[in-house]
Design a protein around this ligand. Structure first.
Ligand code: AMP
Ligand code: MG
Length: 444
């Protein structure tokens, strides 16, 4: 591929995804260990839910037809023959004229077709004394009860399998195991799931000026923002972080650390050193351990971007993708979003690789480079309640998060997401349509 030609974001991403491949191997996990993992095969309910019909109320299991004529002043009297509690033994079947006291979650006795809630009843003791109305299920079982209102057949009965049927897919392949998915799986008798292995992602910062945490910066150093930032992105996206430290701008140092990454990780992400400056060693280092597939993308920020594949294979027979991101921290974040995150999600087995882009309107002027799609750091305008504001057509209203230089970390940190401006546009003015993609969870 000619190094002079600028690739579109989509061309670059397609090339990255085709090279990086995925997903990794599947493994079997106890449900407790599966949070955040991606299902490698459909998870199916082992039992129906509910497994048997049960009561949604405290009250009496009855035959609805028996109380069809019941009113407040002319209640129907039913004799109470027993009680059924959650987890308790069953009772004799309910026949006409009979009620069985029942607790929420207790199995519906045979013969009954409805529950009348305790509030609509008055208990009658063996000696004939009535009341109090709606006495709760904690008291002694009454000899009889008065039902003061009709109920429909099926009222307050949770039918067998009304929630889930045994064999139903409760989590499709490629979907994330969330807390609610764990509750659903556990609740339908599932004890383990097959999930893809989590990608291990090695992170390397480069630059003679870059200093580790707490190190004195001296007259020309700067603290490493990209190593910690990328590690946090990788971690927040559900992958395992391997830190390769900070390499000097020297081919041998970068190559040595790359080799360590290739040996222990499923992907390597490098920041800095991918431009064409005299000290930019990363592309040459990729070439030394594998190949460099592309390196210029029509995107702002983040134009110099390198993608390679290590030539050695992992024990699993895979080649490790190598990402070389531009060193300006905003460019690092944006190119991670555009290219690295989708590729890592593919390795992790996610069905959806990209964040959704929604229609938005920008409320201020911004100049962008012609010929490169711009990803502006943007904040979403809020209404009085703090919710994202939208115009009459439902489009989000967005503003710039601050300076748009690719070194401006404060605007990156302030941003809710990225406002997307088409490559052919040179300037957006208030009211212009843009795309918007949340990169934080501040949308709720
Ligand atoms: P480079 O891509 O190496 O040419 O770096 C571009 C700019 O990003 C320079 O101003 C670097 O100092 C800065 N930079 C590179 N790596 C980092 C890093 N890890 N943390 C903070 N800034 C960085
Ligand atoms: Mg550098």
């Amino acid at each position: 591929m000619s190094p002079e030609r600028l690739l579109s974001v989509e061309e670059a991403r397609d090339t990255v995804l085709a090279g990086a491949g995925g997903p990794l191997e599947a493994e079997c996990l106890a449900l407790d260990e599966a949070l955040g993992r991606v299902a490698a095969e459909p998870v199916r309910a082992r039992i129906s839910l509910p497994p048997w019909p049960n009561s949604a109320m405290d009250g009496y299991a009855i035959i609805a037809a028996d109380v069809a004529g019941a009113t407040e002043s002319a209640p129907v009297r039913l004799s109470v023959t027993g009680e059924t509690a959650a987890g308790g033994e069953g009772t004799a079947p309910v026949q006409h004229g009979v009620a069985v006291r029942i607790a929420t979650g207790a199995p519906l006795p045979d013969g009954a077709d409805a529950i009348v809630q305790v509030e609509l009843t008055t208990p009658i003791a063996a000696d004939g004394t009535a009341g109090p109305r709606a006495r709760d299920a904690a008291g002694p079982i009454p000899a009889a009860c008065l039902v003061h209102a009709p109920v429909l057949a099926g009222a307050h009965v949770r039918a067998r399998a009304s929630d889930v049927s045994a064999g139903d897919v409760i989590l499709p392949t490629g979907h994330v195991v969330t807390p609610s998915a764990i509750a659903l799986a556990a609740g339908t008798g599932v004890v383990e799931v097959r999930a893809w292995r989590r990608p291990r992602v090695a992170i390397l910062a480069t630059g003679d000026e870059i200093r580790g945490p707490g190190e004195p910066i001296g007259p020309t150093g700067i603290p490493d923002a990209n190593g910690p930032g990328l590690a946090a992105l990788v971690h927040a996206d559900g992958f395992v972080v391997i830190r390769l430290g900070i390499a000097r701008d020297r081919l041998d140092d970068v190559v040595e650390r790359l080799r360590a990454g290739i040996a222990g990780a499923d992907a390597v992400v490098v920041s800095g050193g991918v431009s064409v400056g005299p000290y930019d060693a990363v592309r040459a280092a990729f070439a030394a351990v594998g190949d460099v597939q592309l390196w210029r993308v029509a995107v702002q920020p983040g134009k110099p971007f390198a993608f390679g594949m290590a030539s050695t294979r992992t024990p699993g027979g895979r080649r490790v993708p190598l990402f070389g991101l531009p060193g300006n921290p905003v460019s690092t974040f944006v190119t991670y979003e555009l290219f690295v995150r989708p590729a890592l999600r593919a390795l992790a087995g996610h069905a959806d690789l990209l964040r959704p882009v929604e229609a938005a309107v920008i409320e201020e002027t911004a100049r962008t480079s012609r010929g490169r799609r711009a990803y502006l750091r943007a904040v979403v305008v809020r209404d009085a309640a703090g919710a994202p504001a939208r115009d009459a057509s439902g489009r989000l209203l967005v503003r710039l998060a601050g300076g748009q230089g690719s070194h401006v970390l404060s605007a990156l940190a302030r941003a809710d997401g990225l406002a997307i401006v088409a490559a052919e546009v040179e300037e957006v003015v208030p009211g212009d349509p843009v795309g918007f993609c949340w990169t934080t969870d501040r949308g709720g």
